[in-house]
Design a protein around this ligand. Structure first.
Ligand code: F0G
Length: 419
């Protein structure tokens, strides 16, 4: 199987372009990477992966941010707004409270538009310039639309975003709007938006930059590379486990690909690969269902609901890449209630780290797995927080303290404070 951790480096096909090509994960068919616009396999409609004739070693990485890892990417540079190089925060109180050997928070909310999507867009929009397309599009629960709008405008391209009406957090819509995207509000959920935009892309109306696009996941691999380098530098070992929120399972797929490539390059032992552990909200947990049932395919959930609107997704399109990622690394998947998500959001906030609800799912999931004994007390763990608190100001205000009305004079304020 091409997605197994022990797969050999494939032979370079004739259609490779400077050592880069696309390969179908289902049937193995290969394609030239930049000759035509293509999102899935022509033959079997399977998901595509980017492959390289030469895989990099840690010594090849230089500089800062996503493009530090250029040797693991299809280009040397991209349409960039200085994405990546996000903090790997220590959280001593939370680490103690959860009860693990080490806990670090990789805060992707510290990217230029406030989410990890920037890492994928710097590569994806670069590919769009290579292909010479004029209009970019995505379906989105919000963050992808903000990143697409920002990177598309930086690249001088038109952008079109399809959003589920009434279900996107205010900060994200504000970003897409100011960065100049045309915002189409669809009377349906994210999965319906993705169905439509895929069809628009197929008809040549726009270049699709959802995570179905294999080039976006290349950029998102760098989250995994940064976490590994951070742990190696601070602890001398890679983390035992990486816990992350799951929507379309793009990050799960991307991190797994980063680790697979390091194993193939001889840079990482198969037995040291961090256990990929996915977390979904209870009201939108089709990946968790598939992992817990040992299923080969994920069942699409038509009705999904959660306060963590970023991961309000019932049909995770990258599941065929992500399921092997979780299983081959000995990871797992778990669902958490909205209440636990909000509590985890407060836990992180009490250590000074402001995240949106979907991000806090990682910490809520870690707590649950630790309580169940599935995560051991001697583990070193990285939790991924995917988006910034200000993305969803309404959720933050609802989770935080209420304002207190006071009179407009010092004595009145002092009296109130002493009550
Ligand atoms: N966390 C946040 C904050 C997100 O915005 C998303 C996805 C995820 C987690 C899930 O990541 O899809 O790689 O499993 N947001 C997409 C969007 C769907 O449109 O912004 P995944």
């Amino acid at each position: 199987m091409s997605l197994s951790l022990s797969a050999d480096q494939p032979d370079v096909p004739a259609d490779a372009d400077e050592g880069v090509w696309l390969e179908c994960i289902e049937c193995g068919e290969t394609f030239a990477p930049f000759a035509d616009v293509r999102y899935t396999c022509d033959d079997c409609d399977g998901l595509l992966e980017v492959r390289y004739a030469d895989l990099p070693t840690f010594d090849d990485f230089e500089g800062e941010g996503v493009w530090r890892y250029a040797d693991a990417l299809p280009f040397d540079d991209g349409v960039s707004i200085q994405e990546g190089a996000t903090p790997l925060y220590e959280v001593p109180r939370l680490e103690d409270d959860v009860g693990v050997e080490a806990l670090r928070i990789k805060h992707e909310g510290m990217n230029p538009t406030g989410s990890f999507k920037d890492r994928g867009m710097t590569v994806g929009v670069r590919v769009a310039t290579e292909l010479g397309v004029g209009r970019l599009a995505c379906a989105s629960t919000g963050n992808t639309s903000a990143a697409l709008a920002a990177y598309g405008s930086r690249g001088g391209m038109e952008t079109l975003v399809l959003l589920p009406a009434g279900k996107v957090a205010a900060g994200k819509i504000a970003q897409a709007s100011l960065h100049g995207a045309r915002i189409l509000e669809v009377d349906g959920n994210f999965d319906a938006c993705l169905d439509i935009v895929q069809e628009l892309a197929r008809q040549g109306e726009a270049y699709l930059l959802n995570s179905l696009n294999p080039f976006r996941l290349e950029g998102q691999k760098t989250i995994g590379l940064e976490i590994l380098e951070g742990f190696l530098s601070d602890y001398g070992t890679v983390p035992d486990r990486i816990v992350l929120p799951v929507g379309n399972a793009g990050n799960t797929s991307a991190l797994y690909k980063a680790f697979r490539e390091l194993v193939q390059a001889g840079e990482l032992d198969e037995s040291d690969v961090p256990k990929l552990t996915g977390v979904q909200a209870e009201g939108a947990a089709p990946m968790v269902e598939a992992i817990q049932n040992g299923a080969d395919e994920v069942r699409r959930w038509d009705d999904v609901e959660t306060r963590a609107t970023a991961i309000r997704i019932g049909n995770p399109v990258n599941a065929p890449k992500a399921l092997p990622g979780i299983r081959e690394t000995d990871g797992t998947a778990v669902s958490v209630s909205d209440e636990r998500i909000t509590e985890a959001q407060r836990d992180l906030a009490s250590e000074g780290i402001g995240v949106e609800p979907a991000s806090a799912a990682s910490v809520a999931g870690l707590r649950k797995l630790r309580a169940e004994g599935i995560v051991a007390d001697d583990e070193r763990v990285a939790c991924l927080t995917t988006g910034h608190l200000l993305k969803d100001p309404d959720a933050a205000a609802a989770a935080g303290r209420d304002s207190e009305p006071v009179p407009a004079d010092t004595d009145g304020v002092l009296e109130y404070l002493r009550e």
